[in-house]
Design a protein around this ligand. Structure first.
Ligand code: ADP
Ligand code: ZN
Length: 215
């Protein structure tokens, strides 16, 4: 399985990718997770990315493409991958096309996760994330709360609200999505790769994706 997950912030890309990883063994590649780890570890990449991320702006395309060109050549990608949060601009999508052609990678399709905007806002405001860079498990204070004392059920680290999950940064991320990322829907429609899937409940979403994979 070699697929791209598209969708607004809060559309459920991370949860869908984790589930597909468990089902199919395809590696989840999340540029957001890679960048957050780099910020927490204070690497050179993290120092460059931090301010953009905290404002809810996109990290420059050149930085993202450098990371992804290396990442897509790692051996674990041979068994399949799920790109979660990448590409996010037309430039990234065009450059990705060149890279995968050169590496002889065949993309199965691009899943566009569709969610009404009020659901997205509610999800983002109640979302919490494990602070352990190598875990980053996602919780929801209403529907899927962390363990007693706000700790991660998987690794025990504290569960926090991301710096870009203030109301202001959330609005900025949604605007950025609309202006920079939503045009990818047409881009992949024209490439003949797009599949639209409603993303409300995880089991139904996964079932719909399975159906596309088998068709
Ligand atoms: P979400 O999908 O919930 O907005 P992500 O974890 O995918 O969150 O991304 C968090 C932040 O990381 C983004 O707001 C952006 O600053 C940066 N980022 C992640 N992926 C990319 C990308 N492909 N291009 C540019 N910036 C990115
Ligand atoms: Zn954790």
């Amino acid at each position: 399985m070699k697929i791209i997950l598209l969708g607004a912030p809060g559309a459920g890309k991370g949860s869908v990718a984790k589930q597909l990883n468990e089902l199919y063994g395809a590696v989840q590649i999340s540029t957001g997770d890679i960048l957050r780890s780099a910020v927490q570890e204070g690497t050179a990449l993290g120092k460059k990315a931090k301010e953009y991320m905290e404002r809810g702006d996109l990290v420059p395309d050149s930085i993202i493409m450098e990371i992804m060109e290396v990442r897509l050549q790692k051996p674990d990608c041979k068994n399949g991958f799920i790109l979660d949060g990448f590409p996010r601009t037309i430039t990234q999508a065009q450059e990705l096309k060149v890279i995968i052609d050169r590496l002889h990678i065949h993309l199965d399709f691009v899943i566009n996760l569709e969610v009404p905007v009020d659901v997205i806002l509610e999800r983002l405001e109640s979302r919490r994330t494990c602070s352990n860079p190598s875990c980053q498990e996602i919780y929801n204070i209403k529907r899927n709360p962390p363990a007693e004392g706000g700790t991660c059920k998987k690794c025990g680290h504290s569960v926090i609200q991301r710096a870009d999950e203030t109301k202001e940064a959330i609005c900025n991320r949604l605007e950025t999505y609309n202006s920079k990322t939503a045009p990818l829907i047409d881009f992949y429609q024209n490439e003949g790769l797009l599949k639209n899937v409603l993303s409300l409940q995880l089991p139904e979403t996964i079932a719909a994706i399975k159906k596309e994979l088998n068709s």
